[in-house]
Design a protein around this ligand. Structure first.
Ligand code: HEC
Ligand code: HEC
Length: 282
């Protein structure tokens, strides 16, 4: 069901296409062999809010799409290579590297598709960054990596890549449910002077153009994303910050419980899409 269009500001910003329109029927096949699901049936919890669930890749131009279709062209893969080195690098007082305990990054196959997820022992919902930092501080006796630090971004991309092609499948019931509900409420809250919610743009107006940008559904199956504009990998929380800042609102910090809740909810909107990490976006 479509909600009424948001404020005048949004109506004014929406414009006719001024850049090449993406080919909506394009298929995402990586290296000529891995076929990804970029459009799927909405999860039941979406309650008819989306007609179909579409990856951000389907909204990008043909040129940007192509960068993700071959690992030699995907600028995000350089960072995956860097993470392979740091996986083997000893750090911290315990004298260990990731590889001391985790034989091969391939053992993390499937993990990214489920994140964020409820961690029984910690009694809270954990993201990739929280799992990695827990190993660093508790098991390596090394310093935690900042969420935006290059080694963290790189490691996130390496571990996420192990699930590429698997369907996003985050759990929203059981102990995760209250966090999911908090995230859902945030998604529909209007922020800032422009009084815009995530839904105003990514649910009510996807496929429209805002300034020169083709609005997607704001899915997170591609994260960490290689963003051409930033010439680096970025995380979900970094993207959320940017989107909220654009509504001229104060925003939450990367790693904050609010953004973890939002991350869980947004991920659940993309259940069924393939993990694309590292994807390429503008
Ligand atoms: C001293 C051993 C040790 C070291 C060193 C270590 N880990 Fe772990 N790690 C574990 C154990 C034990 C677990 C929990 C059991 C499991 O899921 O494998 C775990 C869990 C994880 C998980 C969550 C897996 C899941 O399926 O829930 C991730 C991700 C992870 N480690 C990444 C890393 C990374 C990246 C490094 C290096 C920066 C690292 N670990 C270093 C022992 C270690
Ligand atoms: C004023 C409109 C607007 C609002 C409000 C907004 N966004 Fe966005 N968002 C954009 C634009 C424009 C982009 C870049 C083009 C695209 O992918 O849609 C974007 C991109 C994204 C992406 C990246 C998608 C991908 O494929 O990589 C995510 C995730 C996202 N937004 C989430 C959110 C969340 C969560 C909120 C609410 C906190 C939000 N956005 C609020 C306009 C908005």
């Amino acid at each position: 069901m479509k909600k009424p269009i948001a404020g005048l500001a949004l109506a004014a910003a929406l414009a006719l296409p001024s850049v090449a329109v993406a080919d909506e029927d394009a298929k995402l096949i990586i290296n000529g062999e891995i076929e990804l699901v970029t459009e799927t049936e909405p999860a039941a919890h979406l309650d008819g809010a989306l007609r179909s669930v579409r990856s951000g890749w389907t909204f990008r131009t043909t040129e940007t799409q192509a960068l993700q279709m071959d690992d030699f062209d995907n600028p995000g893969m350089i960072f995956v290579d860097q993470a392979l080195d740091s996986f083997e690098t000893v750090d911290g007082a315990a004298g260990k590297s990731c590889a001391s305990c985790h034989e091969d990054p391939a053992e993390f196959e499937g993990l990214r598709a489920q994140l964020p997820k409820y961690n029984e022992e910690a009694g809270e919902v954990w993201t990739m960054e929280m799992y990695v930092n827990n190993c660093r501080t508790e098991r390596m006796e090394a310093e935690a990596w900042g969420w935006k630090s290059q080694p963290m971004l790189n490691m996130n991309a390496l571990i996420s890549l192990q699930s590429r092609g698997m369907p996003v499948n985050v759990a929203i019931d059981g102990p995760a449910q209250s966090v999911w509900e908090q995230g859902k409420e945030m998604y529909y809250t209007r922020y800032g002077q422009l009084e815009l919610s995530c839904a105003n743009c990514h649910e009510d107006n996807y496929d429209n153009y805002i300034r020169a940008d083709h609005l997607s559904q704001g899915q997170t199956n591609g994260f960490p994303v290689y963003r051409l504009k930033q010439a680096n990998l970025i995380t979900q929380h970094n993207r959320f910050r940017g989107c909220i800042r654009d509504t001229r609102a104060h925003t939450f910090a990367e790693g904050s419980p609010e953004f973890v809740a939002l991350e869980l909810y947004v991920a659940s909107r993309g259940n069924g899409l393939s993990v694309e990490a590292p994807s390429v976006r503008n």
